[in-house]
Design a protein around this ligand. Structure first.
Ligand code: BG6
Length: 495
């Protein structure tokens, strides 16, 4: 067995530390990793944002965020963690003063023996990435390679660019100022258990892989629906919309892992090469192969909720899609002729993210006198939502005198392994400290992902929808998304 590298000491410098992502996910993840001693003692956090805060105020802010996430803090662990939290006010929008960041980082490095290793986390809107990287470079806080043996790594949130051209431009900048070996493009879906388990399911078992192709698979569905709206992220969401928020990244990564060939070696390059090959084989989406939607007011869990255009920070005439469904074709040997249907949306009737592999139906001529109305083809469902599970359905004869066949399910729940150990951000932050790049998309993957959606997004921009909002909050999405599959003689499965 090859040993996994140990996480190394480092300072985490988080830009946008007062934002939603940082409060809900990053700070709680770092606290938990540190309190469980999964990361070394040589560790500190420098929070950066425009707000004027002192270290004390920042510590209270972080404590509140962690309390909201876990319902409280452990007194001893909090004490140790809090003494490693620092704040550096600064404006990285390009106009303001960058503040004392360089000084704070240097002081913190000496005090906490971080070995000079630095992780810069850009938890800010995508439009700020270039500006922040350029400034960090000018201030000589980042550079390609190492500085006196110490590394600097930069984590960038999705979406990486706004289209292929801007992602290339950002990649050129990344290459110049930090180098591909120091960039970690984070896609938290790659940190989910079910997603990391997909390769084990496919390649460590005998029964799935031989039927994982066009001969046995009728089609694949990938569903990403949520009850959540846009929360306080109006500005961000108006910049991105559903395709840039979750389809171009999370969903395409799920698709690539579902469709890829076994890598020769399961290291970062082997894994990413195979995903890139799938992405290269996906045909650009034609407008007639996609449906868009935006939610209007509705009811979720018995409570009235506003429509997208009534949300804070959103224009009353916004054309931003909050729902998309599409059919993709992978033009390669394994998948020729097998459609992959994707749908994603906000403010729907439930939270669910799942990959559904629908197998071909065998001829049922033996069972002409059976009632088969309750029977579906075999399906395999991989669910990545909180109760992560895997389910395989098959046909069974219903006991009794009537001749009836019905679909039943074998299911596996991750709870069988005990309580969930680490949410995705914990896995991935630990990987950054270990220098493990496997679960971070590479430059070519991100650019290829854009080439698939760019023609569709351009078409949508050029032809504003006349029917927005076209689905009420709390519903199953626009009617057109149902009809879209019915036209192909199929329907969405719900696991
Ligand atoms: C984020 C999107 O990347 O993923 C959000 O920006 C979305 O809009 C979230 O709500 C969903 O993540 P999860 O892990 O809750 O399924």
């Amino acid at each position: 067995m090859t040993a996994i590298p140990n996480p190394e000491p480092a300072t985490f410098i988080i830009f946008g530390v007062t934002g939603d992502l940082s409060q809900r996910l990053l700070l709680p993840a770092l606290y938990r990793l540190f309190s469980e001693r999964a990361i070394p003692e040589g560790f500190a956090v420098v929070g950066v944002a425009r707000k004027m805060l002192r270290n004390e105020g920042f510590r209270t802010f972080v404590r509140d965020a962690i309390t909201r996430a876990y319902g409280g803090v452990d007194a001893d662990a909090w004490q140790r963690f809090a003494s490693r939290l620092y704040y550096a006010p600064g404006d990285f929008s390009g106009q303001g003063d960058h503040g004392p960041i360089a000084l704070v980082v240097q002081q913190v490095e000496q005090q906490h023996r971080t070995g000079g290793n630095r992780v810069f986390y850009l938890a800010t809107p995508p439009s700020t990435f270039e500006g922040i990287l350029t400034t960090l470079h000018k201030m000589e806080l980042v550079r390609p390679g190492r500085r006196n043996g110490a590394w600097n790594r930069v984590i960038i949130e999705k979406p990486f660019g706004q289209n292929e051209a801007s992602s290339r431009q950002l990649n050129v900048l990344v290459d110049r100022v930090i180098g591909e070996e120091n960039i970690f493009r984070i896609d938290h879906y790659l940190g989910k258990e079910t997603v990391q388990n997909m390769l084990v399911l496919r390649f460590a078992n005998t029964v799935f892989e031989p039927i994982w192709d066009r001969r046995y698979v009728d089609h694949v569905q990938i569903t990403f629906v949520e009850e959540e709206g846009i929360g306080g992220r109006g500005r961000f969401y108006e910049e991105v919309g559903v395709v840039r928020d979750v389809v171009q990244n999370h969903m395409f990564q799920l698709l690539a892992i579902t469709a890829m060939e076994p890598p020769a070696v399961f290291d970062a390059e082997g894994f990413r090469n195979e995903k890139a090959k799938v992405l290269r084989a996906i045909q650009p989406i034609r407008p007639e192969d996609a449906v868009r939607g935006q939610y209007g007011p509705g009811v979720i869990r018995g409570k009235p909720v506003p429509g997208y255009r009534q949300e804070e920070g959103i224009s009353a005439t916004s054309m931003t899609p909050t729902y998309a469904a599409m059919r993709l074709a992978i033009d390669n040997w394994r998948w020729a002729g097998v459609p992959f249907y994707l749908r994603a949306g906000k403010r729907l009737h439930k939270k669910d993210t799942e990959i559904v592999v629908v197998f071909r139906q065998p001829p049922l001529r033996l069972f002409k006198d059976f009632d088969t109305s309750g029977m579906d083809p075999n399906i395999l469902v991989l669910n990545t939502t909180e109760e992560e599970k895997i389910l395989l359905s098959f046909a069974a004869r219903v006991p009794g005198h009537q001749q009836q066949i019905r679909s039943v399910a074998l299911d596996f729940d991750y709870a069988r392994f005990g309580p969930a150990e680490h949410p995705p951000y914990e896995h991935l932050l630990l990987d950054v400290l270990r220098g493990m790049r496997r679960f971070f998309p590479r430059r070519d993957e991100v650019e290829l992902q854009w080439t698939i959606v760019d023609p569709l997004l351009e078409h949508w921009d050029a032809s504003p929808p006349a029917d927005f909002p076209n689905y009420p909050a709390g519903s199953q999405g626009p009617a057109a998304a149902e009809e879209f599959l019915i036209r192909d003689g199929r329907q969405w499965k719900t696991g």
